[in-house]
Design a protein around this ligand. Sequence first.
Ligand code: SF4
Length: 150
Amino acid sequence: MDWSDIGRIVAHGDRDWLVEQVANGHLVRCEYGLYLKRVKGRVTADIRSPRIAKCTFHDGSSGCTIAATRRPATCNFYVCESAFEEGTKSGAAREVDSARKVHDDLVNTFVSWDAELTQRIRTNWPEGPPYDAAFFDWLGEAFVELRARA
Ligand code: SF4
């Protein structure tokens, strides 16, 4: 979960949820923002299926348990190359081309937002950000500002 993802979550009004998830260890501080804790469990409802490392927010029987507004952009928007290839093979080449363009624009936008936010965070908190409510509020405001400029 990169800085822009965190800012986006705050902009959706879920700052307190972030504070809670950091406190309970589901979201863990890292160099680029927060990472989603990995836990061992089944990814299907079948109790015979193997237990594997998966995202802490994934439930074996129902999939992702958090709202789209709380997920990283990658979870919401990323389209893998195989999906594009499948679309092309099934005769939707034009739609695939436009989907690829939208996808690439989104990726570039989020990458540039993350670079900008990283720079601002390093300037404001050279020892590292505090991950408290005030910091998340700052990040939410910075994200809204960058989004308005896009
Ligand atoms: S979609 Fe949900 S369960 Fe899957 S990685 Fe993203 S947050 Fe975790």
